[in-house]
Design a protein around this ligand. Structure first.
Ligand SMILES: Nc1ncnc2c1ncn2[C@@H]1O[C@H](COP(=O)(O)OP(=O)(O)OP(=O)(O)O)[C@@H](O)[C@H]1O
Ligand SMILES: [Mg+2]
Length: 466
């Protein structure tokens, strides 16, 4: 319940209520009084306009006054009184006394007294008994009399009272409606926000399965859609992370189990020397494989954590090609895969020499390992690029897209690595501002590392963390 009143819904409804109540108060306190004064003033000025005419037309003969004044009273729609002002003003003739008030009320009428005293027209409102009257008094020209025209304000004031009452009723009704509609509307709004909040909590708890839906086209709807895109992205990342861990542990487990098996076999004391050497050689291979895998995993984790240090200097691709060919000549000869070199002469790029070497090694190693004996492998440099080409059977088209993915290997191929080499190579190429491209068809496979071309004279020193 506490939440219901402290929530955004209740606050919005309350704000609406306060604004509406303020508007109604202004209407009530300003509009109603001005309506009242307009009606009263209107009545007073009607009488002001009628009084001089009646005073002027008043017959000289006092015996004619009652009839004359009766007619005048009817046309002015009020009571007409003539006072004698010799001595204290006394009402001489009172006409139009039909309006249910006592004639004696007018004996000491303040407006008539004021007109008699000042000898000029006076008008205004006055109260007789419990009723208000609009009045206009004027001295009768050429005599000592004062004429008073007076009309009750009962109807006008009743109109004002009715208006005020209706306004009050309408106001209370409008406030109740505003509070209800405002609260309901903002409750619906707040409910959408609460749904988003629950979705965020689900995501925070690691549950990415349930989609976040909100059909609205407003800001909350947009927020929900953005939220859902974030959820999908997180789900992908989470999936990739789990897959990575599963793959990595699988890759680690195989050589470790194999080593364990060989250790068991080596315990056998009757083992002849030849077999022992064979076992040790295989074990050494497995350890190499483990070491390579550990390095690759470390590289990948650095890339993912954005902690890979990449230098940006001028690198001579020809030098890199020389080094790599030298390093792999032994392996190439042993595997009967001729390794040759074709240099551009000047192929300077911007990059990190160690990382360029690492990429070149991965490519040459692949060309020597994933091809049948007799395959020719060539390392070729050109402006801004280092290519590793082989005339092996190539990579089937269906796999071309995937060989750069982590842990991806083309099935049924002779040598099996862990499938991380190309993934890392591409990450490194991109980290140096370059690309790693692949073209493969039966008889010709080319991996090409392209890097930003450098001006050989002006080495740029810069460290980039990727
Ligand atoms: N020159 C090539 N010719 C034919 N297939 C290749 C060639 N280079 C790569 N491949 C295929 O692409 C796959 C992915 O290569 P990648 O270097 O990423 O992994 P790997 O060599 O299997 O393992 P790692 O390099 O991590 O030891 C290889 O398993 C292989 O099937
Ligand atoms: Mg490889």
């Amino acid at each position: 319940m506490k939440r219901a009143f402290s929530g955004v819904g209740a606050r919005l409804a309350l704000a609406l209520f306060v604004v509406l109540a303020g508007a109604l108060a202004i209407v009530y306190l300003i509009v109603v009084p001005s309506l009242e004064s307009r009606l009263v003033n209107g009545r007073v000025s009607e009488l002001e306009r009628a009084a001089p005419g009646i005073a002027k037309e008043l017959p000289a003969d006092r015996f004619l006054w009652p009839d004359f004044l009766e007619a005048a009273s009817a046309s002015a729609n009020g009571r007409v009184v003539v006072y004698d002002t010799v001595g204290p003003p006394t009402a001489l003739v009172i006409a139009g006394d039909s309006q249910a008030f006592r004639s004696t009320d007018v004996q000491r009428d303040p407006i008539a007294l004021a007109a008699a005293e000042r000898q000029r027209a006076v008008s205004g409102t006055t109260t007789h008994g419990d009723q208000r009257f609009a009045e206009a008094a004027i001295p009768v020209p050429g005599s000592s009399a004062v004429l008073l025209v007076s009309a009750t304000l009962r109807e006008s004031l009743a109109t004002v009272r009715v208006t005020r009452e209706r306004l009050l009723i309408a106001g209370v009704f409008a406030l109740v409606v505003a509070l209800t509609v405002g609260y309901a509307g903002s409750w619906l709004f707040a409910r959408r926000l609460r749904r988003l909040e629950r979705a965020a909590e689900r995501i925070a708890a690691g549950n990415f399965d349930e989609p976040i839906t909100d059909s609205g086209s407003d800001e909350v709807g947009q927020l929900a859609r953005t939220f859902d895109r974030m959820r999908q992205r997180l789900a992908q990342l989470d999936h990739a992370r789990r897959e990575f861990i599963a793959n990595a542990s699988h890759e680690l487990r195989t050589p470790v189990f194999s080593l364990g098996g060989f250790l068991e076999l080596l315990r056998d004391e009757d083992l002849d020397e030849g077999t022992r050497r064979e076992f040790l050689a295989t074990m050494s291979e497995q350890v190499d494989r483990l070491a390579k895998l550990a390095t690759e995993l470390l590289d990948l984790s650095r890339v993912d954590a954005g902690r890979l240090r990449i230098e940006r200097r001028v690198v001579d691709l020809d030098e890199v090609a020389d080094t790599v060919v030298d390093e792999f000549t032994g392996l190439a000869v042993a595997g009967d895969r001729p390794l040759s070199l074709s240099e551009a002469g000047s192929a300077y790029v911007l990059g990190d020499e160690q990382r360029v070497l690492q990429v070149a090694r991965a490519l040459v190693e692949n060309a020597l390992v994933h091809t049948p004996p007799g395959t020719h492998v060539q390392v070729r440099t050109s402006e801004g690029a280092l290519g590793v080409e082989d005339d092996g059977p190539g990579i089937p088209a269906a796999h071309l897209e995937h060989v750069f993915e982590r842990f991806y290997r083309v099935e049924g191929q002779r040598a099996s690595g862990s499938g991380l080499g190309l993934a890392i190579a591409r990450e490194l190429a991109q980290a140096m501002g370059g690309t790693l491209e692949l073209d493969s068809e039966p008889g010709r496979t080319v991996f090409r590392l392209r890097l930003p071309v450098a001006d050989a004279v002006a080495p740029v020193e810069e460290h980039v963390s990727v």
